[in-house]
Design a protein around this ligand. Sequence first.
Ligand SMILES: [Zn+2]
Length: 104
Amino acid sequence: MFRLPVCPHCGTIYRYKDTKKAIRDKDNICYHCNKKFRAKIFPGILIGAVIPLILCIVINIILLSSMKEAQIIPLFAVTLVFLLIIYLIIPFFTKFRKTEDDKK
Ligand SMILES: [Zn+2]
């Protein structure tokens, strides 16, 4: 957990930015060994996302109870920040797998 993915063929460690790109592209070719791999987000992301999500709900409740009248914008901003955190940690929950046609 909390490690950036590596190429399944040659073990090259991918940088954060490259990982994001690999998730978007789905089918990728390693820049180091030129072999194909596929980016997969593994279910551990759910555990990683639950903690910020609970924090987000708690902060929203605290905000809501401290406000004289309910205001949507601060609540929305807090939620947005937490969604951003979840989005930012996705590359740390990604694994690169060899594609099917490599097994032949
Ligand atoms: Zn490689």
